[in-house]
Ligand binder design. Structure first.
Ligand code: GRF
Length: 204
């Protein structure tokens, strides 16, 4: 049975990418990271990819480049790797339908909050701020499909709830969120890999 081909898009550190690379290498993932692409040439995630022997490409936006033009360029680069899945792992740009329309049901995003909560950047810090104001006791992590330009929304694939009362500092909370993210992302992408490569059933 063939293994799912995964392209990962990153903008920064790439610790979630690393979790995918490790799970691919151990066989746990049931798929291979065939390329890593970043909008930021200096993203450490590209180093991680090179370290794992995976093609690492920077596709940086040109100055004043319209979003649609950039997304079409990005889609061409990604298409060159024939992905079964495109995983946004700390990808900090909104993708338009020019990209998403080419990969229906194949683009997966990770967000460090529960469905419908804290969309956008700095979700972990904002959850912590709400906690310190006594406005919440729980937060979490979700993995979801990205069907359209909605920010951190779309059909949910997996969630994990985190009890924030276990933590006394933002650093501790954040470290735990990342730990949970790594596990949830590997589980959710692993499930999709198994679905995308399962043999078609044939009736006798
Ligand atoms: C993660 O918290 C992810 O959920 C968010 O950005 C962070 C990326 O971390 N979208 P890393 O680059 O994978 O270490």
């Amino acid at each position: 049975m063939s293994r799912a081909r995964i392209v990962v898009l990153v903008s920064g550190n790439g610790s979630n990418l690393q979790a995918l690379l490790d799970a691919a290498a151990s066989g746990e993932l049931g798929g291979d990271v065939v390329a890593v692409v970043s909008n930021r040439p200096e993203a450490y995630g590209l180093e991680r990819a090179r370290g794992a022997g995976v093609p690492a490409l920077a596709v940086a936006p040109e100055q004043d480049e319209p979003r649609a033009v950039y997304d079409a360029r990005l889609a061409e680069v990604v298409a060159g790797f024939s992905p079964d899945l495109v995983v946004l792992a700390g990808w900090m740009r909104i993708l338009t339908m020019g990209f998403l329309g080419r990969y229906p049901d194949k683009v997966v995003n990770l967000h460090p909050a529960l469905p419908g909560e804290l969309p956008g950047v700095r979700a972990i810090e904002r959850a912590w701020d709400e906690r310190t104001r006594g406005e919440r006791n729980t937060s979490g992590v979700m993995v979801h499909l990205v069907p359209d330009e909605g920010v951190d929304s779309g059909p949910v694939l997996a969630t994990a709830t985190i009890d924030m009362t276990d933590f006394t500092t933002l650093d501790d909370f954040e470290r735990h969120v990342h730990h949970v993210e790594h596990r949830l992302l590997v589980d959710a992408v692993g499930n999709l890999c198994r679905q995308s490569t399962s043999p078609t059933e044939v009736s006798p």
